[in-house]
Design a protein around this ligand. Sequence first.
Ligand SMILES: C[S@@+](CC[C@H](N)C(=O)[O-])C[C@H]1O[C@@H](n2cnc3c(N)ncnc32)[C@H](O)[C@@H]1O
Length: 254
Amino acid sequence: MRFDVITLFPELFAPFMTVGVTRRAFESGQVDVRLWPLRDFASDNYRRVDDRPYGGGPGMVMLAEPLLKALGAVRNARSEAGATAGPVIHFSPTGRPINQALLRELAQGPGATLLCGRYEGIDQRVLDREVDLELSLGDFVLSGGELPALALLDGIARLQEGVLSDARSHEQDSFEDGLLDCPHYSRPEVLALPEGDQPVPPVLLSGHHADIARWRRERSLSLTAQRRPDLIAAARAAGRLSKADERYLATLAL
Ligand SMILES: C[S@@+](CC[C@H](N)C(=O)[O-])C[C@H]1O[C@@H](n2cnc3c(N)ncnc32)[C@H](O)[C@@H]1O
């Protein structure tokens, strides 16, 4: 799959794409990321890509013309390479929140063109004409779309086959089954802390797989019920909660 990223700051991408488990996906081209520096598409000598907003007010707006040229160049390059066009995604706090279901969907697709905003945002006429999907990283405002783009690429890369050394890793992650993940523990069995020894929950040392699975499921249910009751409601509506899950949830004093 191929991702074409239109950005004012292409240099932000390399440090993230050359480290950690996802590096394999990027370096092998399994997730093929092409960077398009927006200033290359500016038409004046100053390589200007922003200007003041009509109607006045603070801040600058990203100019339509360099963006349209860049999008045209990406479209041509994808078509010449025989890559499916894929959606054009713009990152914006006004967009649909990114979630795991969306990452899974994109991880099985042909890739996309990612448009990273800066300043006050992009001239609306570009968005109206060119953008298929607007995505938000959350209800807060960043100074650019590069971090949301990297978050999306990282989330997609780790879903690619062979990227995680154990394919079951992401199956156990938060949201994969609609719930939050359970807590994890490793050595030592007893952690000596100034406030007292902290042992690992004994069930995890029992070797009893069914009990361990049940303990993990219950921790996952209780954490989700406390922190994200909306996810419990969604899992219930989707028929993802077993009778044992419901019995356990009924015991929780929330
Ligand atoms: C300073 S922000 C512009 C915010 C915009 N005026 C608003 O209030 O919706 C500059 C750029 O950062 C990106 N951005 C900021 N916060 C974001 C978020 N939560 N999710 C996705 N992109 C974001 C967008 O590309 C945006 O165009």
